[in-house]
Design a binder for this molecule. Sequence first.
Ligand SMILES: [Zn+2]
Length: 427
Amino acid sequence: MKILLKNGRLIDPIGEIDTVTDVLIIDGIIQKISQNLSVTKEDKSIDLTGKIISPGFIDMHVHLREPGFEHKETIESGSRAAASGGFTSVCCMPNTNPVIDDPSVIKWIQQCSLKVDDGIVDVYPIAAITKGREGKELAPMMELAEAGALAFSDDGSPVENAEVMRRALEYASMIDKPIIQHAEELSMAKGGVMNEGYVSTLLGMQPIPSIAEEIMISRDLHISQYTKAQYHAAHISTAGSVELLRSAKKKNLRVSCEVTPHHFSLTDNAVRSFDTNTKMNPPLRSHEDVEAVKEGLRDGTIDVIATDHAPHSFDEKQVEFLYAPFGIVGLETAVGLAITELIHTKILTPKQLIEKFSVNPRNILHLPRINIQEGEPANLTFLDFMQEWIVDINNFQSKSKNSPFHGWKLKGKAIGIINKGKMKLFP
Ligand SMILES: [Zn+2]
C-alpha cells in the first residue's frame, strides 16, 4: 500500500528536522522524504497542510485492566482509545488479576494486542516488581524481562520496604531495566481522598499531604544513588517532587519522571464540585504545585507526559466521593490538553512536546528510537495544533467514560497514526 503525506510539517527531534515536506510510505516503510512528490489515483494521498508529522507517541503509563477487570477496559478497547488519542504505543501496568508477575501473563497480553486492528498499537507490558504486588518478595524479573517486560512497577501501590526497593533496583540494573515507582508514603497518605490544603479543610475531606509523595521520592533517590540504578518516578504532582528530581538530575543520577495531563490542567479546587472524576491518586494539587509542574516541564526536569489512564465503570464512580475509586481515563484527551495548556501558552515548544510524548519515554524504556528517514519503518503521529474541539465522553473508544474534561473546549488534537503499515485517521 502506498501512502503519500502531502505538505506536512515534519518535526523530528532526533534528526533535528523541522520542515514542510511530503513523505511517501510504501508497505509501512518510508520510501522518500522530499517536496512535490506524487502518487497515482489508486494510492492514498493525505493533505497535511498546516498539520504536524511527528514520531509516534507512546503513553508509558496506562491501565488496560485486562486480565481481570474487563468491565472497565480491555486490551481491545484500550488499544482503540490509544489510537484515537494519537498513540502508536502504550505500556500497560501490572495491577491486573492475575498480576503481571509471571511470563505467561506477558505472553498472553502480547498475543491479545496483536489481534486488535492488526496490532496497529504496540502494547508493552510493565511487570510487577514484587510477587502479587505485595511489596515483599521480588517477582522473577529476569524471566519477565526475557518475556518482554520493558520495566518494573508495583503501580497502584508503592514499594514501601526500603530493602525490597534496594534489591529491586540492584536486580533491575543487572538486566538494564528501569524501576517505576508509585511514590506514596502510606503511613501519611492512607485513608486520604484529596490534596491536603485549604479545599480539603473547607470540605472536611481526609487529606493526602504533598510530603507523602516527596518523602518516598526522596528515599528512593538515595537508594538510586547508592545502587546507581535507573529509577523513574511515576505521576509526580507536587512542587517539592519537581525540586527533588531537579537536584537529583544536577547530581547526574539515572533518574527520570513523568506528569499526567490532569496534574498540569486542574487544581484541587475542582474537587469542590464533588465530581468523583476529580478523585485520583496522586490527588489534584494546589495552584503552586501546578505552576511548579509546568516549570519542570519547561526546564526539562520532567521528561515525560503520561496519562495514568485509569478506567472505571459508571457504577463504580457513581458513589459518594469518599467511596469512589481513584483515577480517570486519559488516552483520548492527553494530546489535546497538552497542546492547549502547554503549546498555546508557550510553556513548551512543539519539539519539546514531541520529546515528552515520544523521544524521552522511548529512551527511558530502552525502546529503539524512531528515525524518520528513508528506509525506516513509519511509526508516526499526526497533530493539528489549531483544531478546536469539545471533549465528549460519548465519543470515547475507551469502555469507561470517567473523565473530568467532558465538555471542555480544547485547541489541538492528534488526528491520526501510522504504525506497522497500518493507518488510522481521526480528522
Ligand atoms: Zn500510580
